[in-house]
Design a protein around this ligand. Structure first.
Ligand SMILES: C[S@@+](CC[C@H](N)C(=O)[O-])C[C@H]1O[C@@H](n2cnc3c(N)ncnc32)[C@H](O)[C@@H]1O
Length: 224
């Protein structure tokens, strides 16, 4: 079976031989692909809603991937460390992803890897991860259907760390690929637009200065 570009990229970030849990699986395509590859110790998937779980079950059966365990629960509420050493939380907002991670105690273990793909609020997710001691070790940009995303792989270290203003919006991305350049350019344009709109608002000069500095720093990172 073939996966979308986005789900394929996520699949490449999972270590072979691991036990995998796909949180908020919906259609179940990622766990089906992982199971059928035969490269993983076990594959399970959760969803908070019955309807997507039913559609995942249908797809898994149709594709011959009935060995994927499906669990109806909020995030990782019914999943234990024994079930997963790699957790995927993709296709949801950054705040929802943060909530799922914060409620799963077993993720506070440096042998568990968490792969995240926020659809919105990537900045808020980066803040949550930094404040709660989850270190982002790999971050990859991805363009699909005219949208640009960042996929992050993190693990718990227990050591909170600070983020610069630039790191809040581009994470650990460097301008070393077309997709990464697009991602950074998008953040640069957003910062510039915010600065422009605040320039003449007398009571918002601190915010204006923040966005102006951010846009200048992003411009320097892009080398333009
Ligand atoms: C847009 S789909 C993403 C599906 C898939 N992960 C992907 O990236 O293509 C979001 C799914 O997450 C589920 N979801 C939302 N909040 C959840 C939570 N707290 N725990 C488990 N599943 C959740 C929804 O029911 C929905 O099926």
């Amino acid at each position: 079976m073939e996966l979308s570009k986005r789900l394929s990229l996520i699949a490449t970030m999972i270590n072979e031989g691991s036990s995998v849990c796909d949180v908020g699986t919906d259609h179940g395509y990622l766990p089906a692909f992982l199971y059928l590859s035969g490269k993983y110790k076990s594959v399970c998937a959760t969803d908070i809603n019955q309807k997507p779980l039913d559609s995942a079950r249908k797809n898994l059966e149709r594709l011959g991937a009935g060995g994927v365990r499906l669990v109806l629960c909020d995030g990782l509420a019914s999943i234990t460390r024994q079930d997963a050493d790699t957790v995927i939380v993709a296709g949801m907002g950054g705040e929802v992803i943060s909530g799922i991670i914060s409620r799963a105690d077993f993720l506070r273990d440096n042998t568990v890897e968490i792969i995240m793909q926020p659809t919105t609020a990537a900045k808020e997710l980066r803040h949550f991860l930094s404040q709660n001691g989850f270190l982002v070790e790999i971050e990859l940009p991805l363009q699909e259907n005219g949208k640009i995303y960042s996929v992050m792989k993190a693990r718990y270290t227990g050591k909170p760390y600070s983020l610069s203003n630039e790191q809040s919006v581009i994470g650990i991305l460097k301008p070393d690929s077309d997709d990464a350049i697009q991602y950074i350019q998008k953040q640069y344009k957003i910062a510039l637009k915010c600065a422009d709109s605040l320039k003449d608002v007398s009571h918002k000069q601190d915010e204006y200065k923040y966005y102006l500095e951010l846009s200048n720093n992003l411009k320097n990172i892009l080398g333009v």
